[in-house]
Write a protein that binds this ligand. Structure first.
Ligand code: NAP
Length: 344
């Protein structure tokens, strides 16, 4: 990456199956100059999320416009204002919002880009992409608003060692629930245990159809679904009365040509249960509430962000590909360049 150039990753072609290097094109441009009412941002970190493959496939998701071949790939970043002709953004401000996969950006601070100043909660500024970004807020609105947890609820979280999952586990503990986390492998299970899980299930070595009823003998009150497929199916078989299932994501199905196709959804009927999906961008008007609650939990130590940092702007395509095989633990970020909060 050249410091004095705007380096970018663009869509070279539509992915088939998981993303591979040839799906991406690396380009460089002059660093742009802000006009009246604009500011120049220098990018320090970008986040990675499973939804990015959908952007590259030409789907209009997450409130972002569909990408054409040759477009800079969408991605949120945390960046410093280095020049400003905008009344609300001063040089030296740290902000987070829609940076795209590039090292600089000129912005007019539009509603679409959703730039917000990084709140000071005594943590490094990457918290704006994890706990106080779309990932932490997805955990918040999915769990709190859709899941409507009650003290003592038995909560099962799949994808528990991922970005959303690590936040859900901790919010659930902060709200006095009993939490069973599902993750792949002993290291990930140890991590989620350290975050507060009362029990863990390693879905790669255990049989879910016996492990879930063993861990939840009275049934599941709240299932937070990040993975879909067989895990969702087994959880539906083990619902308590009046349970809630939150449909956050279905990462186990994203590469399938045909969706998994639930056959046992009728279990909802027998238990008077509710299955509800949510989409984070439908909650934008309520972000201040999520930020206030998350800041409170961060400041008290009830929630700590778990970040998996890939190093270097060059690594973004490979880092994205690795998400779909679960190589990240916690929130996946790429460090574009070293910034003020980075240790040497
Ligand atoms: N509804 C919304 O608005 C919204 C917002 C954000 C995210 N999401 C969705 O929420 C889910 C989690 O997002 P995230 O940002 O936390 O992703 P993430 O950090 O990449 O974590 C996802 C985890 O899922 C696990 N996984 C991957 N492939 C799997 C498979 N085939 N079967 C079971 N588990 C698998 C991996 O952990 P293991 O190693 O443990 O398998 C991975 O770490 C995704 O499906 C995403 O699309 C939805």
């Amino acid at each position: 990456m050249k410091e004095d150039r705007n380096c970018q990753w663009r869509v070279a072609r539509r992915p088939r199956g998981n993303v591979v290097r040839d799906d991406f094109a690396y380009t460089e441009e002059d660093v742009p100059t802000p006009g009246s009412g604009e500011f120049l941002l220098k990018n320090y970190y970008v986040n990675l999320a499973p939804v990015m493959r959908m952007y590259m496939s030409g789907e209009s998701v997450a409130g972002e416009r569909a990408l054409d071949i040759g477009d800079v790939i969408h991605g949120r970043g945390v960046a410093e204002v280095v020049e400003s002709k905008h009344p609300d953004f001063a040089v030296g401000d740290f902000v987070h919002g829609q940076m795209g996969w590039q090292t600089y950006k000129v912005s007019a601070g539009t509603a679409q880009e959703k730039f917000r100043k990084v709140p000071d909660v005594g943590l490094r500024y990457t918290v704006a992409l994890s706990a106080l970004g779309m990932t932490g807020f997805s955990a918040y609105f999915g769990f709190v608003d859709c899941g409507r947890p009650k003290s003592g609820d038995v909560v099962v979280v799949s994808g528990a060692a991922g970005g959303v999952g690590t936040h859900v586990v901790q919010i659930a503990k902060a709200m006095d629930c009993r939490v069973i986390g599902i993750a792949g492998g002993p290291e990930k299970c140890a991590l989620i245990k350290s975050l507060g899980c009362d029990a863990t299930i390693d879905y790669k070595s255990e049989d879910l159809s016996s492990a879930i009823p063993d861990a939840c003998p009275e049934g599941i009150d709240l299932y937070f679904d990040n993975v879909g497929g067989d895990t969702l199916s087994v959880c539906l078989e083990n619902l308590a009365m009046h349970s809630r299932i939150v449909l956050c994501g279905s990462i186990s199905e994203y590469m399938l040509d045909e969706p998994y196709g639930l056959k046992n959804y009728t279990r909802l009927r027998r238990t008077n249960s509710l299955m509800q999906g949510f989409f984070i961008y439908n909650h934008v008007d309520d972000f201040d509430r999520a930020e206030a609650d998350m800041c409170r939990w961060l400041e008290s130590g009830a929630v700590r962000p778990v970040e998996h940092v890939f190093d270097g702007f060059e690594s973004v395509p490979d880092a994205l590909a690795s998400l779909y095989s679960g190589q990240n633990t916690g929130m996946a970020l790429v460090r574009v360049r070293r910034g003020p909060h980075d240790e040497e």
